[in-house]
Design a protein around this ligand. Structure first.
Ligand SMILES: Nc1nc2c(ncn2[C@@H]2O[C@H](COP(=O)(O)OP(=O)(O)OP(=O)(O)O)[C@@H](O)[C@H]2O)c(=O)[nH]1
Ligand SMILES: [Mg+2]
Length: 435
C-alpha cells in the first residue's frame, strides 16, 4: 500500500486532530489544504477532530479512524493526509483500518520540497531529510533505494537490483537499513563540502551589511527581491517556489551598498530533518544584520502566518535580530477591518506592494536609516566562565573572533547599536569600540 508517499493527482481526504489545549485557530486545515494542493492532490473531504489526548496506536480515536474509512469509501479517495506527524507504527495501524495510504504532514512537506528542488545542493538536502524521515516509514524501501543508489553510481547499484527481485522480508529490511545508512553517510559528506563553501562565502561578506528576506511561503519575498535588485529570482503563486538562497547587491544610496538575500519560505512546524539539512541555506538569515519579515497582509491568515514564521525564526535562533515587518500585497487587501486589525498588532509595519512597486522608496529610506545609525564593531572582554554573555552574543550579534585566555574570553563582534543598552545588563564585562 505504502510504497511511496507521492500524492500528485490523488484524491485526498484531509484529517486534522487538534489537541484541546493547543490552539483556537478557526480553520486549522487551511494550511494543510494549501500544502496538499501544492503537492498536486485533489481534495475531496476534510475532517477535523478536537482530542483531549493522543491515542498511541492510531493518534485519533479508533472510532474516528473508522469514520475516516467510511468517508474515504464514500469519496473514492486514494490517500488520507494527516495534519499531524505520525509514528511509523501509527501509520501502519491507520492504514490497516482505513485500507488506503496514509501520509503525514512532514512527509507531505518533504514531498513538495522534493518536487521543487532544482540545484544540486537542494536536491541533496531534500534527499537526506527524506532518508531520515520518510524512508523508515515505507514498507518497501528497496524500490526507492534502487534509483537512489543507482543514480549515485555506487558499487551497490547492481546488488540492489538483485535484492529487488527477491522481494521483501526480515532480511530484506536489514539490507535496506544498511543501504540507507550508507547513503546517509555519503550525502552528509557531499553536503559538508558544499556547506563549507557556503560558510566561506558568507564569511567573506562579514564586513558588509547583510539583509535577509524571511517569512511565510508565498508572501512575496522573491517578488520583492526582484523589485529591489535585478536578481531575476523565480516567482510563482505556489508554496515553496524558492528552495535556494540568492544573494544580490542592493544599492541604497550612491555608494551605500548592502547585500540582500532571498531564501526558503516557512510554514508551521517545518520538519526538523528539513531544518537540519537546510542549515546552510538558512545561514544567510542566521548571519544577517537585518531581517525583512514579509507578510502577505491580503491573506486572512496573515496573523497566524506571521506568528508561525516567528516561531521558525526562534528555532533557527534568529528571534532576537533586528527585524522590519513588511505588509506586502497591500494592493489587493479585501477586508479593510482585517487590515486595520493587523496594523494594531504590528504598528511599525511598512505597507508595500512588491508587485505594484508601492512604498519601496519608504522601505529603502527606513533601511538606510538603520544602516547609518546601525552597526557597531566592539571588542568585548568577559569572564571565560560567563556563558550568558556568550550565548546572548551568539544569537544577537555576529562574532568575528573569539579567543580564550586564562580566565577571560575576548570577542570581536559586529552588532546593531540598538542592542547596546541590553549589553549593559551583563556585568562585569569590558567594552571597547573597534573602529
Ligand atoms: N497582488 C500582489 N501579488 C503579489 C505581490 N507580491 C507577490 N505577489 C504574488 O504572490 C505570489 C508569490 O510570490 P513569490 O515572490 O514567489 O513569494 P515567495 O515569498 O518568494 O514564496 P516562496 O518562495 O514560495 O516562499 C506570486 O504569484 C506573486 O506574483 C504584491 O505585492 N501584490
Ligand atoms: Mg520565493
Amino acid at each position: 500500500m505504502r510504497d511511496n508517499i507521492v500524492v500528485k493527482r490523488e484524491r485526498a481526504v484531509l484529517v486534522g486532530a487538534i489537541l484541546k489545549s493547543e490552539s483556537d485557530h478557526d480553520d486549522e486545515l487551511a494550511e494543510l489544504t494549501a500544502l496538499s494542493e501544492s503537492a498536486g492532490a485533489i481534495i475531496v473531504d476534510r475532517i477535523q477532530q478536537r482530542i483531549t489526548s493522543i491515542n498511541p496506536s492510531t493518534f485519533i480515536g479508533k472510532g474516528k479512524a473508522e469514520m475516516v474509512k467510511q468517508r474515504v469509501k464514500k469519496n473514492e479517495a486514494d490517500v488520507v493526509i494527516f495534519d499531524n506527524d505520525l509514528s511509523p507504527g501509527q501509520i501502519r495501524t491507520l492504514e490497516s483500518i482505513i485500507e488506503i495510504k496514509v501520509v503525514d504532514r512532514s512527509e507531505l512537506i518533504l514531498d513538495i520540497f522534493a518536487s521543487r528542488a532544482q540545484t544540486k545542493q537542494a536536491k541533496l538536502q531534500v534527499e537526506l531529510a527524506q532518508l531520515e524521515y520518510t524512508y523508515p516509514r515505507l514498507t518497501r524501501m528497496w524500490s526507492h533505494l534502487d534509483t537512489v543508489t543507482g543514480a549515485a553510481g555506487g558499487p551497490s547499484a547492481g546488488a540492489v537490483g538483485a535484492i529487488g527481485t527477491r522481494g521483501p522480508g526480515e532480511k530484506q529490511l536489514e539490507i535496506d537499513r544498511r543501504l540507507v545508512n550508507k547513503r546517509i553517510t555519503e550525502l552528509k559528506r557531499e553536503l559538508a563540502g558544499i556547506d563549507k563553501r557556503i560558510v566561506r562565502e558568507v564569511d567573506a561578506r562579514k564586513g558588509l551589511f547583510k539583509i535577509c528576506l524571511v517569512g511565510y511561503t508565498n508572501a512575496g519575498k522573491s517578488t520583492l527581491m526582484n523589485a529591489l535588485t535585478d536578481a531575476g529570482v523565480y516567482v510563482e503563486d505556489r508554496l515553496f517556489a524558492t528552495l535556494d538562497t540568492r544573494t544580490r547587491q542592493w544599492v541604497l544610496d550612491g555608494a551605500k551598498k548592502v547585500l540582500i538575500s532571498d531564501t526558503v519560505g516557512f510554514v508551521k512546524n517545518l520538519p526538523h530533518q528539513l531544518i537540519a539539512s537546510f542549515k546552510a541555506t538558512l545561514e544567510e538569515a542566521i548571519n544577517a544584520d537585518l531581517l525583512l519579515h514579509v507578510v502577505d497582509v491580503s491573506n486572512e491568515d496573515a496573523e497566524y502566518q506571521a506568528q508561525n514564521a516567528q516561531k521558525v525564526l526562534e528555532e533557527i535562533k534568529c528571534a532576537g535580530k533586528q527585524t522590519l515587518m513588511l505588509f506586502n500585497k497591500s494592493d489587493v487587501v479585501r477586508s479593510q477591518s482585517h487590515f486595520e486589525f493587523m496594523q494594531t498588532l504590528y504598528p511599525d509595519a511598512i505597507c508595500i506592494s512588491a508587485r505594484a512597486g508601492w512604498n519601496l522608496d519608504m522601505l529603502k529610506a527606513k533601511v538606510l536609516e538603520i544602516y547609518n545609525g546601525g552597526i557597531a564593531y566592539l571588542r568585548i572582554t568577559a569572564s571565560a566562565g560567563d556563558g550568558k554573555i556568550q550565548s546572548y552574543l551568539k544569537s544577537h550579534a555576529n562574532i568575528l573572533r573569539q579567543e580564550y585566555f586564562d580566565s577571560t574570553v575576548v570577542m570581536d563582534v559586529k552588532l546593531g547599536k540598538s542592542i547596546l543598552t541590553d549589553l549593559k545588563r551583563f556585568s562585569p564585562i569590558q567594552i571597547e569600540e573597534l573602529h
